[in-house]
Design a protein around this ligand. Structure first.
Ligand code: S3P
Length: 179
């Protein structure tokens, strides 16, 4: 996984997990800049590898194929330096990916309430899991149900950050917990 075996991997890989709209990519990029870490986004990695958007992968090949790509992503990681990895919202909840991540590094759960997720999702409706949900009620129900299902995985993180706080507070929280 690490090209340089001398790196102590446990402290050098930070996974950000959480539901869609939790802000994993934004926080990850900011944190990586501040800490001088590499930043990798699993969705972006998959899109580059497949030369397709996540939406068209779901559309043309289906969700279960997408989940195998997420599994491949974790299993093909080659890291040159300390790295922050923002994962797709469902990645830790399939194929024992969470167990693998627990062995590889530190996992941080960015926790957001269903109502906040709803607000943030409204701003970006392109996510494929929302595609067939017609109205606000369906969307709210989907978020509540899915989040309940996924909490079991998310809450096994090494620690949890309140991702409704301003980003600088989130970064401070993480710095205090990790260093
Ligand atoms: C998904 C979340 C998305 C993306 C895909 C599926 C999910 O990533 O991986 O649309 O199952 O929650 P974000 O969490 O970055 O939106």
């Amino acid at each position: 996984m690490f090209e340089n075996q001398e790196l102590n991997q446990k402290n050098k890989i930070i996974f950000l997990i959480g539901f869609m709209g939790a802000g994993k990519t934004t926080l990850g990029k900011n944190l990586a800049d501040i800490l001088n870490y590499e930043f990798i986004d699993s969705d972006l990695w998959i899109e580059n590898q497949q030369s397709m958007t996540i939406a068209s992968i779901f559309d043309k090949k289906g969700e279960s194929f997408f989940r195998t790509l997420e599994f491949d992503f974790l299993n093909n990681l080659i890291l040159k330096k300390s790295t922050i990895i923002a994962t797709g919202g469902g990645l830790p909840c399939h194929n024992d990916n969470l167990g693998k991540m627990q062995n590889m590094g530190t996992i941080i759960y960015l926790k957001v309430s269903p109502s906040q997720i709803m607000k943030r999702i409204r701003l970006n409706e392109t996510r494929p899991l929302f595609k067939n949900l017609q109205n606000e009620n369906d969307k709210e129900l989907f978020i509540e149900t899915k989040l309940k299902e996924r909490c079991v995985f998310y809450e096994q993180a090494n620690f949890i950050i309140d991702a409704e706080q301003p980003i600088d507070k989130q970064i401070n929280d993480i710095k205090c917990r990790i260093f």
